[in-house]
Ligand binder design. Sequence first.
Ligand code: ADP
Length: 297
Amino acid sequence: MGYSSEQDIIRMCIEKLTDNCGTAVQLTGSRSVGGGCINHALKISTTVGDFFLKWNASAPADMFQKEAAGLIEMALSNSDLVIPRVIWSKENGDSPSLLLMEFLAPPNNTSGFDERLGRGLAQMHRKTAPAFGFHHSNYCGTTVQNNSWTTSWAEFYARRRIWNLVQQIKTTRGISSDDQNIYEKLVERLPKLLSHGEIPSLIHGDLWSGNYMYTSRGPALIDPACYYADREMELGMMKLFGGFSAAVWNAYAEEFPLPEGWKQRIRLYQLYHVLNHYLLFGGSYGWEALEIAKEYL
Ligand code: ADP
């Protein structure tokens, strides 16, 4: 079988739902959902409820399976946030990789949602692990994140995040030896810069404003790149492009106060995402990343 049409993919999902439910499920409608960056997305309506389906024939084969694992891990934190229930994820093969999950309906009223988002995120960050990392690698955008368990946060951030990206940038875009020296010096300084008693906290990992949704059941997180990290990593991403109100921040800090000096580390943690943007998109992100690195030398 070649790559499937939208109709084929919907039919596969209906068969899956029928298997899961043990009774014949019928499709009652489907419509595209916009707003995503790279994937096809549909709302599919059936006799057993509405579902959200995304698929991609050219993404890394296991991207949606890794996303599904992140959603499941976030749900296990038992925070008050809504995490869509995963129904099915599959790898690229004879048919495109896909992720089928619960459809989250829009809310009638979002009053108090900012506060609930901040509080819920802080609750999720209280889920901890014996080391920094995750059960397997996953993706931030299409960049592979090496999540091998590491007991030192400074070492994890240095080797698995910053240096790993610098090496990928060197291969795909090239880097001058002067610039590489700057990153090398920064990586050497990380144990000094990061010694504020970090503990491994479950983070969403790619929390920009497009990755939370206000739904009929409350604030929800979608599209994660989860791992156990210093939770300030999450805050860095949230501040990189903005989109989180003062009510979110205040509720977060009330629920799980932040260690002294967190604001001074925000740029350092943004460096990972800026380097990743440079790897993925090029342009002025490369210059911005160097400026950040120099601030911490
Ligand atoms: P992509 O991986 O392509 O960026 P997203 O997971 O961010 O896709 O989803 C794209 C859009 O679809 C989101 O901005 C959101 O509006 C909507 N969406 C995502 N998940 C759901 C869901 N479970 N239920 C309803 N709408 C969703």
